[in-house]
Ligand binder design. Sequence first.
Ligand code: G3P
Ligand code: CA
Length: 285
Amino acid sequence: MKKLLLLLSTALLLSACSIGNDWDNPMPEEGFLIIAHRGASAYEPENTLPSFELAEDLNADYVELDIHLTKDGELIVMHDDDVKRTTEATGKIKDFTLAELKELTANEEKGEKVTVSGRDEEEAYEIPTLREVVEQMKGDLRFVIELKDTEQYPGIEEELVRLMKEQQLIGSDAKGYPKAVILSFDKTALKQVHKIDPEIPLIQLISFDEGEEAALTKKELKDILSYASGINVSYEALTPPFVNTMHGEGLAVYAYTVNDAEAALRLKAMGVNGIATDEPDILDE
Ligand code: G3P
Ligand code: CA
């Protein structure tokens, strides 16, 4: 009898372990988070300090930004791995030193200046380092940091975690929100971060094709649950059953990039935990 009880309790324990994460969902489960995508990028040049400052003024819960590593090992904030689209120069970020990048101007469109009131234009349009953004905005803003093109930047995960520790970005703020979250399409990079510091909340980005409904195989889900606490999905693919299933598994569900107010309201009603949007005031009256 004792043996039978032992077998039963072991089986129960194993089945419990196979469901959901080993840790709590780090993002608040209630509410609907507004994540300012590249800052308030509908109104200011993307991934610049003015864009992040405006996101704060518009009461975004988080700002999303993309990071890359310069030739001399500095983490800088830009979407593309090439400076061509958003500056007056051409070339890969990895081939520029930070000093060289600081000579450039981060305009929304090459050659086009956008007015930023009350600021020195040169300063406003500098390409910011991640440290500068965090130091400038810390205390006021929370960060969703996207790792991109990691194959070009060996060691970027270690450098990011080092900076997050230095800037005390690991852990929650007074409201119980994580001060910073890392997201990526690149699961290898996320797993590497998880290995370095399992306390850092991770979100797996997932893109579905146009017309496709969101779905994950059991194998994919199990894999994601081994390192991430949420997923961020191309929003058109989301359906109520998928969102419910993911919640049942202990994963938070976010949606990108939602610039349509009706879609935002639909996703909110679906129980999605938040949206990445270029317009942080998308749901303001
Ligand atoms: O928030 C998701 C989004 O950042 C992924 O797309 O290309 O804007 O980095 P992208
Ligand atoms: Ca991004």
